[in-house]
Design a protein around this ligand. Structure first.
Ligand code: ADP
Ligand code: MG
Length: 387
């Protein structure tokens, strides 16, 4: 329903001031973005600060003018540099939620939500609604976010989470086909942020509205999305389901950004029937699936939760592959699990253990990982995006 093709944007080219003074001041904010967002999708743009997420979102909204490219929404061209089309934001029929909710403190909850309906100009996005219709729409939006009982309350007398829901209700009240959200949870404390994740996801499912959601928080992106698009330095690194981004990162940048503590360097030294042996810095590692060629440099990705950790004195299965011996150097208790750091030769590997199976620091241990859990990632940062 949203199609983005070859969108570029360079602030420097138009003499814009660059507030974050990156190293390369001429670097484009967007370098040829191609993206498809399906109807009803929860689509997240994930990436570090400065990678161009907000610029892309504002370009979709019409608040930023790309240098080149095309943006099409439900079959209507909203922006085209070739055709000289640039539809104004109020005529794109979108809802937006920003990091700062921009609620009006002098208005009550009802009036805040009703506001977008009252400023809609007749003849543009349909006939102006009657007062009764407006009230129905506002009540519907407030009910969707669980604020039905707060309509008469002053907006400033809401908690942070309620203000956030109010902002979402205001974005939904015009029944837009697409809602854009730019880091809407980042002002909330950790607990509230996690519970709001469930609410946003439920809301998106129930209303069926398409959402494009911006965040730099990888766990938020994985928890919320149907599709995660990982961005780096104005480009797209990978666009895939959360499971795929986590299990099979498309680039070294994605692996590192999504959080992979054990990424060993290695070379493909043997290939047979799609499986491979990798000569890694921690010794030979067997993998079940390998799409690389003999001699290719790769990174071996082993998730901390995929290791089986046992005390070294327990007898080992001599058939077992992918076993590393080492010493526990540090342990962090994290509630339902513990996180061990294990020194293996000169490497430090991270592994998770159930809290009741935790071993103590200084223990000699064996780490084992099944070959089917080992993943391979491109050996170097394909787009030079990794920091
Ligand atoms: P993100 O939202 O991922 O943090 P932005 O889209 O805000 O990234 O920024 C992308 C790049 O464009 C950054 O290098 C940033 O400094 C630059 N930039 C953003 N807005 C402006 C602006 N109004 N003028 C000049 N440079 C900008
Ligand atoms: Mg931003």
């Amino acid at each position: 329903m949203l199609s983005i093709a070859k969108v570029t944007k360079n602030y420097a080219a138009e003499g814009g001031r660059r507030p974050k003074s990156p190293v390369d001041v001429s670097a484009p904010a967007l370098r040829g973005i191609d993206l498809e967002v399906g109807r009803g999708q929860f689509h997240t743009l994930l990436g570090p600060s400065g990678c161009g997420k907000t610029t892309l979102l504002r370009s979709i909204a019409g608040l930023e003018r790309p240098d080149t490219g095309t943006i099409t929404l439900s079959g209507t061209t909203m922006f085209s540099s070739d055709q000289g089309i640039d539809v104004s934001p109020d005529r794109r029929g979108l809802g937006m939620v920003f990091q700062s909710y921009a609620i009006w403190p002098h208005m009550d909850v009802f009036k805040n939500v009703a506001f977008p309906l009252t400023v809609r100009r007749p003849g543009r996005t349909g006939a102006k609604l009657t007062r009764a219709e407006q009230r129905d729409r506002v009540e519907e939006a407030l009910a969707a976010v669980g604020l039905a009982d707060y309509a008469g309350r002053q907006a400033t007398n809401l908690s942070g989470g309620q203000q956030q829901r109010l902002a979402v209700a205001r974005a939904l009240v015009t029944r837009p086909a697409l809602v854009l959200l730019d880091e809407p949870l980042s002002n909330l404390d950790a607990r509230l942020r996690e519970s709001m994740r469930f609410e946003l996801k439920r809301l998106q499912r129930e209303t069926g509205v398409t959402m494009v959601y911006v965040t730099h928080d990888q766990s938020e992106a994985l928890a919320l999305s149907d599709v995660v698009t990982v961005m780096s330095q104005g480009g797209i690194e990978q666009s895939a389901s959360p499971e795929e981004v986590y299990d099979q990162p498309g680039s070294l940048f994605v692996a590192e950004f999504v959080g992979a503590p054990n990424l060993l360097t290695g070379v493909v030294e043997h290939l047979a029937d799609g499986a491979a042996r990798i000569a890694s810095e921690a010794g030979t590692i067997a993998v079940d699936r390998c799409t690389w060629q003999l001699g290719d440099e790769v990174r071996v990705l082993m998730r901390p939760e995929d290791f089986i950790i046992t005390a070294a004195e327990e007898s080992a299965d001599p058939e077992e592959r992918n076993t590393f011996t080492g010493v526990i150097t540090a342990t962090a208790f994290e509630g339902e699990r513990v996180r061990h750091q294990v020194k293996v030769g000169k490497l430090t590997m991270e592994c998770h253990a159930e809290r009741h199976r935790a071993l103590s620091d200084g223990s000699d241990v064996r780490l084992t990982i099944p070959a089917e859990r080992v993943r391979l990632v491109p050996g170097s940062a394909a787009s030079g995006g990794a920091e």
